[in-house]
Design a protein around this ligand. Structure first.
Ligand SMILES: C=C1C[C@]23C[C@H]1CC[C@H]2[C@]1(C)CCC[C@@](C)(C(=O)O)[C@H]1[C@@H]3C(=O)O
Ligand code: AKG
Ligand code: FE2
Length: 386
């Protein structure tokens, strides 16, 4: 049986060993994040408290990110496409964040995907724990990552799974849900299978737009990511009485390549620009696109990996659907030759997503400096890859 985190934190629980608290170590046994239970305990358990530097208030200012109409990609209107690419370029050079509208994803499918978030997180705790993420992997359930970290715990539950676009089975996600959570979740799997198929197609269109905006061959990144797997993550953020003392997701850049995110109408996603945290206004008809560390390397550092975080709300549950685009594991991450101007320095050595992913799951807690720490870690353990 599991023990609620609160009870555990009052005992001499060793959630991690080793000198570096951020060094994730697997804890023994099931440690459970029961937000209702925690809420009744009065003070916020110390494990969920975040440093004041991470909690710096939003300026109440909203990010003025471009809304790119993706219809330009099918219109054949070269001028409209060039204008759209310029909007993307300016945003990605500055903060790596934009939104797309007229994206072609069925609003009913997005609505269904939100409905299925509750099919997952309203399950009994022991059922969710039966599908908990395995050490070193990404698939499965996590409650505040309480089995990975022992401080700065995020006030959220997550459920993640892999999407292999080239899988021979058109039912890989349905099969995963059935195996992980049982036959009753078959319909949930069907919805996310369709959702991930739609995200994959959209991601390849965006890769073309990014290529145009960088002045490289239009199909370069589409080809690079065509055979890649991706990570789908459902985020559920329970209401929190001490919402100002904790975070739903701490400040970070996504180590992945490109993120396609939909947030519900509660709001809470913020982007760090010009030394300020700016709120991202929820737009139900739009999809948030942000550059991740791996694409930043693929652009030789031109495009910024977007620094962002997610706040929690005092009274309302918040949900987000996050699709992380990744290249095939063993592909060498290297900027295209024709992006590198004459004698332009390579900003990052060659690496693979497989190694960066493993770094984030076994050696380092992804934060605002993941890629730099990964490069140093890789260089210290292997000869130079330049
Ligand atoms: C490769 C990944 C690691 C995380 C999920 C994907 C892309 C985003 C990463 C993450 C969300 C960045 C913030 C910290 C993290 C631990 C989290 O809050 O979930 C990261 C994810 C993870 O390691 O599970
Ligand atoms: O929930 C959100 O709005 C952001 C989540 C996020 O950044 C992530 O899961 O990487
Ligand atoms: Fe993120």
């Amino acid at each position: 049986m599991f023990r609620p985190l609160m009870e555990l934190s009052s005992s001499t629980l060793v959630l991690y060993s080793g000198s570096q608290p951020q060094e994730p170590k697997e804890a023994n046994g099931d440690i459970v994040f029961e937000s209702n239970f925690l809420q009744m305990q009065g003070d916020m358990p110390k494990e969920f408290l975040w440093p004041s530097g991470d909690l710096v208030n939003t300026t109440q200012e909203e990010l003025k990110e471009p809304l790119v109409d993706l219809g330009i990609m099918k219109s054949g209107d070269e001028k409209a496409m060039a204008n759209g690419a310029e909007l993307v370029r300016n945003a990605c050079l500055k903060h790596g964040f934009f939104q797309v509208v007229n994206h072609g994803v069925d609003p009913d499918l997005i609505h269904a995907a939100y409905h299925e978030i509750d099919s997952i997180f309203k399950l009994p705790t022991n059922k969710k724990l039966s599908a908990k993420r395995k050490p070193g992997g990404v698939s499965g359930y996590s409650g505040a990552h309480a089995d990975r970290y022992s401080s700065k715990l995020p006030w959220k539950e997550t459920f993640s799974f892999l999407y292999d676009h080239q899988s021979i089975s058109k039912f890989q996600i349905v099969d995963y849900f059935k195996s992980a959570l049982g036959e009753d979740l078959q319909q949930t799997g069907r919805v996310y299978q369709k959702y991930c198929e739609a995200m994959k197609e959209l991601s390849l269109v965006i890769m073309e737009l990014l290529a145009i905006s960088l002045g490289v061959d239009r199909l370069h990144y589409r080809k690079f990511f065509q055979d890649g797997d991706s990570i789908m993550r459902c985020n559920y953020y329970p209401p929190c009485n001490s919402a100002n003392l904790t975070l739903g997701t701490g400040p970070h850049t996504d180590p992945t390549s490109l993120t396609i995110l939909h947030q519900d109408q509660v709001g809470g996603l913020e982007v760090f620009v010009d030394n300020k945290w700016l709120a991202v206004r929820p737009r139900s008809e739009a999809l948030v696109i942000n550059i991740g560390d791996t694409f930043m390397a693929l652009s030789n550092g031109r495009y910024k990996s977007c620094l962002h975080r997610a706040l929690v709300d005092t009274y309302r549950e918040r949900r987000s659907l996050v699709y992380f685009v990744c290249p095939k594991e063993d592909k060498i991450v290297r900027p295209p030759e024709n992006l590198l101007c004459r004698n332009e320095e390579r900003k990052y050595p060659d690496f693979t997503w497989s190694n960066l992913f493993e770094f984030t799951q076994k050696h380092y807690r992804a934060d605002v400096a993941t890629l730099q720490n990964f490069i140093e870690w890789q260089c210290s353990s292997k000869p130079s890859h330049f």
